[in-house]
Structure formats: C-alpha cells, structure tokens
Design a protein around this ligand. Structure first.
Ligand SMILES: [Zn+2]
Length: 304
C-alpha cells in the first residue's frame, strides 16, 4: 500500500492535468473528510467556496479507505479539512503525505486536550466523537474559522458573521439538549448504543451511556460484551436500545433476543445518526438536524 501511495502522489505531482482543472474552477474547492465536518465548514464559508465531503452520507469513517478517485479529489482540492483524533483511522498516512504539498486543517486542534476523553495512554485511544458535545464542536468550528481566515484573509468579514450566527444556533441546540436530557436523567435512564460514540454526549449532558462496541467499529463485539450488556439492560430496566445508521444492527438484535430470553422486553430503536449525516435535504442531512433528530428519538424512546 505504501509504495502504491508514493507512486500515486509522484504521478500526480508530475501530471500537469491537476493544475489545469484547478484553474478552470470559479471558486476554491475545499474537501472535508466527513459529512458532519463538511456541513459545518460549508455554513462557515457560505458561497465563497465549494465544499465536498470525501465520505458520502452513511459511511463509517473508522473503516473508510480512500479510493484512487478520493486521492485524486484530495490532491485537486485547494484546502483539505479533516477531523483528526484518528477518526479517519485508515487515512493517517495519506494526511502525512498530503501535508507536504497541500494546506490541511485538523479541526481537533481547536479542542483543549484536557477536554478529550481517553481510554488509555496511546494516541489512538482518544475518543474522536467530539461533535456530540455541542460546546466542543463549537470550539472545533471556531478554530476552523480562524484557520480559514488565515488561509483566505479577504473572507474574514463573512467568516466572522457566519461563525457568530452559527455559534448562536449551536448554543440554542445545546440548551434544548440540556433541558430534554435532564428530564431523562430524573427518570434514571441510560443510553445504550451499538458503538461508543456518545461518551461526550453523556459527559456533557449528564446521561449514563453504554455500548456494545468500543470507540472504533474496527473491533467486533465478543460474547462477554453481549452478556454484560444484557445484564445491564435488565438491571436498569432499559426500555430501548439504539441501532446506528453506519453499523449493522445484527449484534444489537442479538442483545434484544438475549434480553427476551430473560423474560424482559427491550425495543431496538433507531437508527441514531452517529458518525455521518443522513442524505442531503433530509431532516438529519445537516449537523443541527442530525443532532436534533437523535435527541428527539432518544427522548421519545426513553421517557417512561
Ligand atoms: Zn464512531
């Protein structure tokens, strides 16, 4: 893989077609890795640039491998923005190589390191799902906005205006989330999901969260994970557990069957949108819409 990548980047460097297609563009092209990130960046830059999400809606970023077409798109871009914190687990090498010839922004640099949730001392043990704490996501986008202003100084006034307006919208959603989740907490509810994407949500809004798989979907859940989750659902008399749009519901279906064998009923609800937005022009097709769709689903299913 390494050699193929080197060869590919070498060929792109010596190929004049890249600069030709760049020059025919009327607006700068920004490529953001995930749909969640691309949505936020498009809001900030407005119509000053075209923003494309590298990973289409519904794609799991933990498992995503860039295709040759993707490498072409990344090289063609005037700016590449990525999430960082090893969310794009299989693209680290590509970012390192791109950085030698391209402007890159890693939005996770905007999040204070003491706010990050870690499961161990290793670099990849940081939980990347920071967008589920609206305050942290606001910090990441504020950082992106500042970096964009350095990259394109003439965009500063519009970037500042758009960022201010968007941060107000995010703040309002944060308040709504606090109110709704507080109600669930008063009824001793816990959130059970397919993979560990909601730790920041749980920490920020005070709701205990549990999942079948870890921080990444790279590892498969084992029998012990299944048994532990089933007994937790029994203990807390959990009404509903939540499938995720980017993950097969099979393992959670097994959990629901396991609970049924213990003569208790748990509903398999969802899907929650965790690591990707829904398709464009749908209710969960933007970050604000995705967050609110998840919030309503969790609230409606867990409220006794
Ligand atoms: Zn994830």
């Amino acid at each position: 893989m390494k050699n193929v990548l080197y060869l590919y980047f070498f060929l792109l460097l010596i190929c004049s077609c890249t600069s030709a297609s760049k020059s025919t563009r009327t607006k700068p092209l920004i490529v953001a890795t995930t749909s969640i990130l691309a949505d936020g960046i498009q809001v900030l830059v407005g119509d000053q640039a075209e923003v494309i999400a590298l990973m289409p809606a519904g794609v799991d970023p933990h498992l995503y491998k860039a295709s040759v077409r993707d490498l072409d798109l990344l090289t063609q871009a005037d700016l590449v923005i990525y999430h960082g914190l090893y969310l794009e687990g299989k693209m680290t090498e590509i970012f390192e190589k791109l950085a030698k010839q391209q402007v890159l922004i890693d939005v996770s640099n905007g999040i204070p390191s003491d706010q990050l949730i870690r499961s161990g001392p290793e670099l990849h043990s940081v939980d990347p799902h920071v967008w589920f704490d609206i305050t942290l996501w606001s910090a990441a986008l504020t950082y992106a906005s500042q970096e964009l202003q350095i990259w394109q100084p003439s965009w500063k006034p519009q970037l500042e205006t758009n960022t201010k307006t968007y941060l107000q919208q995010l703040g309002a959603l944060d308040q709504l989330t606090r109110t709704k989740v507080q109600e669930l907490v008063q009824h001793n509810q816990v959130l059970v999901t397919a993979h560990d994407a909601f730790a920041y949500f749980g920490k920020a809004y005070g709701l205990p969260v549990h999942s079948l798989q870890g921080l990444s979907t790279l590892s498969e859940p084992g029998l012990r994970d299944l048994t532990e989750l089933i007994s937790l659902i029994q203990t807390y008399k959990v009404k509903a557990i939540f499938a995720e749009q980017t993950i097969s519901p099979k393992a959670l279906q097994a959990v629901a069957r396991g609970v049924a064998e213990k003569n208790q009923v748990v509903k398999l609800a969802g899907p929650l949108y965790t690591d990707s937005l829904d398709a464009p022009n749908t209710p969960a097709g933007t970050y604000l819409g995705m967050f609110e769709t998840n919030l309503q689903l969790i609230y409606n299913q867990l409220l006794p």
